[in-house]
Design a protein around this ligand. Structure first.
Ligand SMILES: [Fe+2]
Ligand SMILES: [Fe+2]
Length: 171
């Protein structure tokens, strides 16, 4: 039976919404894994506080994946079933950590968050006044991604500043 919940969607095809959500779903799983593995391999100054932040972000990205999967199912779609699809459908790709130093890891993560912010702000624009339920979900995720970027930038600046102070004190 047709769902009344879906009949309130106006001006956007449900299949299009499902497709866009699945792309974001791929991003979230890749972001989750990126934070997870970064927290394992990271090295250097103030490592412990960065690990705590990376773990928090990993938890958030997985929660985002869960929110999106729920909405895809509600719309009558199927969340991507095969991880191979994550790489085919992702908007933001995956930054394999190559340099494990704290600053390099933070740079990779900041790049990911900036892409996530762009992706979700587009989704907010696309769904606004058309699919209110998806709009609410992507708006909430967007706010988290903005906070993620800010937290990482803050840590990046703290470490950079700390390194300068150490250099000064050694003079
Ligand atoms: Fe996310
Ligand atoms: Fe994030």
């Amino acid at each position: 039976m047709a769902r009344v919940g879906n009949s309130i969607i106006k001006g956007i095809e449900i299949d299009e919404a499902i497709g866009l959500l699945n792309r974001a779903y791929a991003d979230e799983w890749l972001a989750y894994y990126q934070y997870y593995i970064e927290s394992k391999v990271i090295k250097g100054i103030m490592k412990d506080s960065i690990i705590a932040e990376l773990n928090q972000h990993a938890t958030d990205e997985l929660r985002h994946a869960d929110m999106i999967a729920g909405r895809i199912l509600q719309l009558g779609g199927t969340p991507l079933l095969n991880p191979k699809e994550w790489f085919k459908q992702t908007n933001c790709g995956y930054e394999e950590p190559k340099d494990f130093d704290v600053l390099a890891i933070l740079e990779d993560s900041i790049k990911g968050e900036q892409c996530a912010i762009e992706t979700y702000s587009k989704l907010v624009d696309i769904t606004k006044d058309k699919d209110i339920v998806t709009y609410d979900i992507v708006s909430e995720i967007l706010a988290d991604e903005v906070e993620h970027e800010e937290d990482l930038q803050g840590l990046y600046e703290d470490i950079t500043e700390f390194k300068v102070q150490i250099k000064e004190s050694l003079k």
